[in-house]
Design a protein around this ligand. Structure first.
Ligand SMILES: [Zn+2]
Length: 220
């Protein structure tokens, strides 16, 4: 999906679409020669190309329903990129190194641009971690619940945190604070795109009224 979603407000509605129309789909008022009360806002696409996101945690939605229901289980495939955008991901046959196939996924950067030491060592860490015995299918087999791609990525993140002297994240913590909010945003965006493709617009009651009331409250 290359189209980007824009939102504008009219008739106390938030109206999402790919292009701002000539007239309001709610009241039919023509916008030509008139200004909208507010400039249309573009909604950022939560998906990006994983191969151009170095040193990141990636979540690839295998299908939209799974994206919506994601609870930290095995439903989605996850991976870690090296500094060159190669995606290391654990599967039944061991750790794969993907040079393509992660062009549309959710990406969470794991390093700050100024963490030079970590970036320098990143590929080595990832390579060493991935060749460990525990990811060798002969030694320990893949388990959908306890030894899967998510365990692999989280364990790597925790190894990196340990090198930084930081405490490990539990699976729950990681899922709730880092993964779920992004999954929700992505799922919402996917729904928006689907609705707009079908009906040209996606219209919801605008929450704006409430905020202006709160603003008024603050001023008095
Ligand atoms: Zn209107």
């Amino acid at each position: 999906m290359d189209k980007s979603v824009v939102r504008f407000s009219h008739c106390n509605k938030d109206i999402f679409c790919f292009f701002v129309p000539e007239e309001c789909p709610e009241c039919g008022l023509s916008f030509s020669g008139r200004r909208l009360e507010e400039a249309p806002v573009s909604i950022p696409d939560p998906f990006c190309n994983g191969h151009t996101s170095p040193c990141s945690f990636l979540v690839a939605p295998t299908d939209e329903n799974k994206l919506r229901d994601f609870d930290g289980g095995f439903d989605l495939h996850t991976g870690i990129t090296n500094t060159k955008g190669v995606v290391f991901n654990y599967t039944k046959v061991g750790v794969r190194r993907d040079y393509q196939g992660w062009e549309r996924c959710i990406s969470i950067p794991l390093v700050q641009p100024d963490m030079y030491n970590l970036i320098d060592q990143w590929d080595q860490y990832l390579e060493k971690f991935s060749t460990a015995q525990m990811w060798d299918p002969v030694w320990q087999s893949f388990n959908e619940e306890t030894h899967n791609c998510y365990n692999y990525t989280l364990m790597f993140i925790n190894c990196v945190l340990a090198t930084q002297g930081k405490r490990a994240l539990s699976k729950d913590e990681f899922t709730k604070s880092f993964v779920l909010p992004r999954i929700k945003r992505a799922s919402k965006y996917t729904t928006l795109c689907r609705e707009i493709s079908q009906n040209h617009f996606y219209i919801v009651d605008s929450p704006q009224k409430k905020t202006s009331e709160t603003d008024a409250d603050c001023k008095t």
